[in-house]
Design a protein around this ligand. Sequence first.
Ligand code: FES
Length: 103
Amino acid sequence: MRLTNHPILGPAAPGREVVFFLDGVAATGLEGEPLAAALKAAGVAVHRYTKKHRRPRGLFCAVGRCTDCVMVVNGRPNVRVCVTPLEEGMRVATQYGAGEGVK
Ligand code: FES
């Protein structure tokens, strides 16, 4: 099952299958789909861990409002992956705290 009409990003164009990297491991998704959708299809539920209590967080609002889905994308922390289109070769990492690095 794939998201075909995102309330923020709009209708999905039929994208080709591309490779991206999650915590250094290759995965595939459809180019242009929300990165969160590709992660969900790959079975990923945890996107980040909170700073204070190290609690897991993942997709919540899915429209770019809550920041629960933020991850480190291409070295940049705090990227809301629910409203970020997937691009070939993206490097996505689980975020710990404010994204100061892998713990
Ligand atoms: S899930 Fe809420 S901002 Fe992405």
